[in-house]
Write a protein that binds this ligand. Structure first.
Ligand code: 147
Length: 660
C-alpha cells in the first residue's frame, strides 16, 4: 500500500560536561559607530526611545545584549557619518559631544553587567601628526585613548572593559605595548586589549613570535570571519572573537545569517563573542548599508521603529547564557548536525545550569553580506540528544522556538513552547529548516512586547531649527554630518545658540577615498527634488574655513561623501565671491560672481530649487537665478550645509520648506 519505506531514524548527539571542556563564553554584542549609526536614535520621543533601548539592552525583554561596542569618535567619516572626538585639538578635552556617552549610560542603566568596548576608526589630525599616521608618536596616541577611557569613568562612571587599536587598519606592535604599559600605569590594568579588529593575520603570527606582544594582547578580534578561525590563531591560546560581524539587511535572511553565525562562530571557529555591526540602524536609509542593524529606528520625527527578527535570534542565546558560562567540548554538545545546522551547549559557571541552542539555517536563507557562503544543504532531521554524566538526571528542559518564514508573515519568533520531557536522559526533536531551538534548565526568558508603535511618516516640512533647545557641545538633531564635526555653541549675542564646524585640519581618516578637504552635513529626505533651504552663515577670521555653503539635491553620503553632487551655494567672504557648483569638490562651476561680503558677519543664505531653476538669495536679495543641469546630475537628494575646506564656520536658523 505504501511505496515508501518509512524509517524513523534519528541521529544521536551526546551532551556531556567532560573535563577540559570548551572555552569561556564572552557575550553577544552590538556596535554603535563605525560610524554614526545611532545618529537618529537620540531624538526619538522619550516613550519610543525607552522602548527601543529596552529591546536592545533590558535583560529578559529583547536582544538582552551583553556587550556594547562604541566608536571613539575621530572627527572623520566612518561609514554613515562623523563621530566627534573628545579632543578636536591637542589642547582640547570635552566629554559632552555626540550621543555615544548617552547610549553607553542608557545601556548600563538597563543592564549594569553589560561589558563595554571602545575602538577608534579615525583620529583628529594632531594625533596623526598631520600625516595620517597615529603611530608616529605611540605615547601621544595612547594618551589620547587613555583620556577617553578615563573621561568615561570620570564624567559618566562608565568602566571600559575592552579597548581596540585602529579599526581595520594597520596596527603597530610598539603602540600596542605602549598602550598596555601606559594603561597599567594609569591604573587601568583591567581594561583588556583587543587586537586588531582586522584579519587573523598577521596578528596571530606576531603574537606567536613576540612574547611581550602576547602578554599585552588579551583577545584576538577579527571581522567577518565567515565562522572560521585559523590553526595559528587557535594555537596562540588567546581568546578569539568575531569583534565585528553581520552587516546584513535585517530581513529574515539577515536574521538567518545572524542565527547561523552566533552558533557557528564557536562551532567552526572557537570564537566566544560575536558583535553585530551595527547595533541599531538609526541613520538615514539613503546612507550606506541601509538597515544593517539588529533593529531599525530611522524615523525619530514619527516615532516609528521596527523590532526586526534579528532581535529574537539574539535572544535565543542571550536570555539563556551569560558571560562567564562555558561551552562544552566539541563532540559533547558542540557540533554541526548531520543534515545541516549546528548545536552549541553551555553550562553556567557554577555548573548547575545547561543551555543548548540549535539552528538549522539553510544556505539561501542565511547569507551574510560577507564573506561568500559555500554551498551546503539543510533537510528536516530527527535528532536525539543524550544528556550524559552531569546532566543525565534532568527530567525536563524549557523550550524556546523560532522558525523564520519566507512566505509573507509566517514567522514564529522566540515562542515559549513550555517544557519538554527528558526521557531516559534523552531529548528527541524533529528539526525543520530555518529553525532555532533553545533548550534550557533556566526558568527565565521573556518576549517583550510593545503595542502601538506609531506609523512611519516622511521627514516633516516645513522644518526649522534655531538650536536654542540644545545644551552646549551637543550635536544638532537630524543633521547627519558626513565630514567635519558640528556642535552647539552658546553665544551671548542675539543669535543665542549656534552650530559650529569644529574640525580645522584633515583628520587621520578611516575612509580610503577621503581626499576632498571640505565638510558637509546632510538632513531631510533623499527623495526631495524641488525644495527651499535657508540658513544664517558666518565665517570668522581665526582658524576659519575659506567658505560656507548651503545645498540641495545632495546625492550621497558615507565614505563617498567627498564625491557628492547636487546644487551648492558657496560664499567666500575673504575673496568676496559667490559660487554655485554642481558638486562638493567644486569641479563643476555653474555660476560665479563677486559680492560685497566680509568675515565675522552673519548672512542669510537662501536656495530655492524649483521647476528646473536654482534661485539664490543673500539677506533676502536675489543673487542668481540659473537653470539646473539635467540628468545625470542628481534630480533629488538631501539638503545640507557645510564648509569649503576644514576650518571653523558658524550656522544658525536652519529652515527647510517645500518649493511653493
Ligand atoms: C566594516 C566597518 O568596520 C564598519 O564600520 C562598516 O563600514 C561595515 C559595513 O559593512 O564594514 O568594514 C568593512 C569594509 C569592507 C569589508 C569588510 C569590512 N570587506 O570588503 O571585506
Amino acid at each position: 500500500f505504501n511505496n515508501f519505506c518509512l524509517v524513523f531514524s534519528s541521529e544521536l548527539y551526546t551532551v556531556d560536561y567532560i573535563k577540559d571542556g570548551g572555552r569561556r563564553y564572552d557575550g553577544i554584542g552590538g556596535l554603535s559607530g563605525g560610524g554614526a549609526t545611532s545618529k537618529l536614535l537620540v531624538n526619538y520621543p522619550p516613550k519610543q526611545r525607552d522602548q527601543i533601548l529596552d529591546y536592545l539592552f533590558k535583560p529578559g525583554f529583547g536582544a538582552s545584549l551583553q556587550i556594547l561596542k562604541v566608536e571613539i569618535g575621530g572627527d572623520a567619516q566612518s561609514t554613515d557619518g562623523t563621530e566627534a572626538s573628545h579632543m578636536h585639538y591637542s589642547w582640547d578635552e570635552n566629554y559632552q559631544r555626540g550621543y555615544e556617552w548617552w547610549l553607553l549610560t542608557e545601556a548600563k542603566k538597563r543592564n549594569p553587567d553589560i561589558l563595554l568596548y571602545c575602538l577608534p576608526w579615525a583620529f583628529p589630525a594632531w594625533v596623526g601628526d598631520g600625516k595620517r599616521n597615529p603611530y608616529n608618536n605611540p605615547q601621544r596616541t595612547a594618551t589620547y585613548i587613555i583620556k577617553y577611557i578615563q573621561g568615561a569613568k570620570k564624567y559618566y562612571n562608565l568602566t571600559m572593559n575592552y579597548v581596540g587599536i585602529w579599526n581595520e587598519r594597520q596596527y603597530d606592535i610598539k603602540y600596542i605595548k605602549v598602550l598596555r604599559s601606559m594603561s597599567d600605569e594609569a591604573g587601568l590594568n583591567d581594561v583588556k586589549i583587543v587586537a586588531a579588529d582586522g584579519l587573523w593575520e598577521p596578528i596571530s603570527l606576531d603574537i606567536t613570535l613576540d612574547a611581550a606582544l602576547a602578554e599585552a594582547v588579551d583577545i584576538i578580534g577579527v571581522h567577518y570571519p565567515g565562522t572560521k578561525s585559523t590553526d595559528a590563531a587557535v594555537k596562540t591560546n588567546k581568546t578569539l572573537w568575531s569583534s565585528e560581524d553581520y552587516s546584513t539587511f535585517n530581513d529574515n535572511i539577515g536574521a538567518g545569517c545572524w542565527a547561523r553565525i552566533l552558533n557557528q562562530n564557536y562551532v567552526n571557529g572557537y570564537m566566544t563573542s560575536t558583535i553585530s555591526w551595527n547595533l541599531i540602524a538609526s541613520y538615514y536609509e539613503a546612507l550606506p548599508f541601509k538597515r544593517d542593524g539588529l533593529m531599525t529606528a530611522d524615523s525619530p520625527w514619527s516615532g516609528y521603529y521596527s523590532v526586526d527578527s534579528t532581535i529574537w535570534m539574539t535572544a535565543h542565546t542571550t536570555q539563556f547564557v551569560y558571560p562567564g558560562w562555558k561551552y562544552l567540548a566539541h563532540g559533547y554538545g558542540v557540533t554541526t548536525l548531520k543534515h545541516g545546522g549546528s548545536m552549541v551547549s553551555l553550562v553556567s559557571s557554577d555548573s548547575t545550569q545547561l543551555t543548548i541552542v540549535i539552528e538549522t539555517m539553510s544556505h539561501n536563507h542565511s547569507k551574510c553580506i560577507r564573506p561568500a557562503l559555500p554551498d551546503y544543504t539543510v533537510t528536516p532531521q530527527n535528532i536525539s540528544i543524550k544528556l550524559a554524566g552531569h546532566f543525565s538526571t534532568l527530567f525536563e528542559v524549557q523550550v524556546r522556538y523560532s522558525k523564520l518564514g519566507f512566505d509573507g508573515d509566517d514567522s514564529i519568533l522566540f515562542k515559549d513552547v513550555g517544557s519538554m520531557p527528558v526521557i531516559k536522559g534523552t531529548i528527541n526533536l524533529s528539526l525543520g529548516v530555518d529553525e532555532v531551538y533553545t533548550l534550557t534548565t533556566l526558568k527565565t526568558g521573556n518576549k517583550g512586547n510593545v503595542t502601538q508603535i506609531p506609523n512611519k511618516k516622511p521627514f516633516p516640512l516645513p522644518y526649522s531649527d534655531n538650536f536654542e533647545a540644545y545644551t552646549q557641545f551637543s550635536e544638532p538633531y537630524n543633521l547627519a554630518q558626513q565630514t567635519g564635526a558640528y556642535e552647539i555653541l552658546t553665544t551671548t549675542t542675539s543669535h543665542g545658540n549656534i552650530i559650529r564646524q569644529m574640525v580645522t585640519d584633515f583628520p587621520c581618516a578611516w575612509c580610503q577615498a577621503e581626499n576632498v578637504n571640505s565638510s558637509i552635513n546632510v538632513i531631510g529626505n533623499h527623495s526631495w527634488s524641488d525644495i527651499y533651504v535657508e540658513a544664517d552663515t558666518r565665517i570668522g577670521s581665526v582658524n576659519a574655513s575659506s567658505g560656507v555653503f548651503i545645498a540641495a539635491r545632495i546625492d550621497k553620503g558615507g565614505c563617498n561623501a567627498f564625491a557628492a553632487q547636487g546644487i551648492y551655494y558657496f560664499l567666500f567672504p575673504t575673496q568676496g565671491k559667490l559660487v554655485v557648483t554642481g558638486d562638493l569638490a567644486r569641479t563643476q562651476t555653474l555660476y560665479q560672481t563677486g559680492v560685497k561680503i566680509t568675515v565675522d558677519t552673519w548672512y542669510k543664505q537662501g536656495l530655492l530649487i524649483k521647476d528646473g531653476y536654482a534661485v539664490g538669495t543673500l539677506n533676502g536679495a536675489v543673487q542668481f537665478n540659473i537653470s539646473l543641469p539635467g540628468s545625470p546630475s542628481p534630480q533629488n537628494g538631501f539638503v545640507g550645509l557645510g564648509t569649503a575646506d576644514y576650518g571653523l564656520a558658524d550656522f544658525d536658523n536652519l529652515k527647510i520648506t517645500d518649493s511653493t
